[in-house]
Every structure is written in C-alpha cells, then in structure tokens.
Design a protein around this ligand. Structure first.
Ligand code: ADP
Length: 270
C-alpha cells in the first residue's frame, strides 16, 4: 500500500458547464489570466535555450583555432537546438488543446495499439538505460478520440517513467477495462514525487527539480499536455507516488461502446 495518494481529476465537461452558466465573466477573466501567465512563461522558457545558443555561437567563433572545442560547442548547440524544437512543438500542441473542448469527430482508437506504439517510441531510451518496459493489455479495448493526441499523452507518461528512473529498473504499462472506463497505468520504480508537489506537476512548466528535468531534456509541459488530452476526451489523470519507490500515472478514459459490448457479451440495449 502506498502511503500518499493524491487524485488529480480534470473536471468533467458537465460541471464546467455549470460554472459557465453561474458566472461567465469570472470564467472569462480566469481564462484570460491563464493565457497571460502562459505567454509570460513561454517567453521566459524560450529565452533560456536561445540565450544558450547565442553564447555557444560566440564560443565557437572564438574557438576557431581549437577544433576539439568547436566540436564540443557544436554538440551542445545541437542539444540546445533539439530542446528548443521540442519546446516549440509542445507549446503549439498545448495551445491547440487549451480549450479543453471535446475532440471533434472522434475516431475509434485501439488502446492496445496505442500502448505498443508508446512502448516502441521509448524503447531506445529505455534500452540505453537498462530499463525494461513490460506491457499488458486487456483484449478489445477501445476509446473514442484523437489517436495522435492520445498517443502523445501516453508517450509523455512513458517518457517520464523512463527519464525519472534509475538504470536497470522496470516500467510497466497496463491497460484495463474498469466499469465504464479504460484505464491505462504507467508505473515506474523511479525517484518518485514528494506529496506536496503532486498537485503542481500538472501545471505548465512546473518541474520538481528543474536541473534534473533540464538534463533529461524535459520542458515541464509533458504532464499538462496529458491533463488537457484527458480533459478533451472526457477523462482524467490520477497519480500515486512515493519518493524513492516510484510513481504510477493512470489515464482514465471513457470506454467506447464496442469495448463494453465485447466485455459484457450481448447487450440488448447496446
Ligand atoms: P518534464 O518535461 O520536466 O518531464 P512534465 O510536465 O512531464 O515535465 O513533468 C513535470 C515534473 O513532474 C517533472 O519535471 C518531474 O519533476 C515530475 N515527474 C513527472 N513524471 C515523473 C515520474 N514518472 N517520476 C518522477 N517525477 C516525475
């Protein structure tokens, strides 16, 4: 049993609608404040890699008679460039998701495929660090939504599980059918997250340890993307964690009708 247990639930759309009806202006002001904070944070976050690139470019120019130094600086420039690319991609992704509107024209998405794809996408990083990723998936699990958003969300969870775990540990990805939902749980034996931080990690750009996140190439946006994808699919994200033991993130998504029919046999009303 884990001692600390915190649920981060994204409000279902219906309760958000109530808020809109009660006081539309308060909500507008709130949305406006979030947008302003986001823009301020984005500027700040972009300045770091851009500043580093400028300094490195100067260093390269000054080190022209030292080929080894040039190669070293060029390598660092490449890493900063990759970080910047990733940051920009995630900012674009997040600004697309910010409305939390339900996905337009949802498709039927095969959860087993998502799980396999996310494990494959992180296979190389995991292998390099001697981390094995096990996966298990109930048969015939389907959700309705946007397959690329869902893959992005799951990818972010698996990526974090690998990034915040010591070498030679285990990560598992388990997808199961639970009542009306599909639950996909990514569990690791990593560094864990202190209880007071648990409710903050889903905020944009929030990192428990900025230095560590930087060295793993993190942007602080991964989990906020997960939260928004969950919300735009009518679902939620839950997290359990114990520092020094590991973390477990569960993406809860409403099951598509096909899943329920298959799981419960013939359903006359279906
Ligand atoms: P980042 O790009 O920094 O990983 P995320 O939004 O994905 O940003 O995560 C926010 C922070 O939450 C991370 O910086 C890290 O401190 C913490 N975190 C996320 N996932 C895990 C995990 N599986 N184990 C430990 N800490 C984690």
């Amino acid at each position: 049993r884990r001692q600390r247990h915190v649920l981060v639930r994204v409000a279902p759309l219906t309760s958000r609608l109530v808020v809109v009806l009660v006081d539309d202006r308060t909500r507008e002001r709130h949305v406006e404040r979030i947008r302003r904070d986001f823009v301020a944070n984005v500027s700040h976050e972009l300045k770091t890699p851009v500043g580093a690139l400028n300094l490195l470019a100067e260093a390269v120019a000054e080190a022209h008679d030292d080929p080894e130094a040039v190669v070293r600086f060029a390598g660092r420039m490449q890493r900063e460039g990759e970080r910047l690319t990733r940051l920009v991609q995630q900012i674009i992704e997040l600004s697309r998701l910010q409305g939390d509107d339900l996905v337009d024209e949802p498709q039927e998405v095969d959860v087993a495929r998502l799980v396999r794809a996310s494990v494959e996408a992180n296979g190389t990083d995991a292998e390099l660090r001697g981390i094995d990723i096990a996966m298990r998936c109930d048969d015939e699990l389907y959700v309705l939504g946007d397959p690329s958003q869902l893959l992005q969300a799951l990818n972010n969870l698996v990526e974090n599980a690998v990034a915040y775990s010591p070498e030679r540990t285990h990560v598992s990805v388990v997808a199961e059918h639970h009542d009306e939902d599909v639950q996909v749980t990514v569990r690791d034996q990593g560094i864990g997250i202190p209880a007071p931080e648990l409710e903050r990690i889903f905020e944009r750009f929030y990192r428990v340890d900025p230095a560590r996140s930087r060295s793993t190439g993190g942007t602080g946006l991964g989990l906020s993307i997960v939260k928004h994808v969950a919300a735009s699919h009518g679902g939620s994200v839950e997290v359990w964690s114990e520092p020094g033991e590991g973390s477990s993130f569960t993406l809860v998504l409403p099951a598509a009708a096909r899943t329920r029919e298959d799981a419960e046999g013939s359903d006359a009303e279906g």
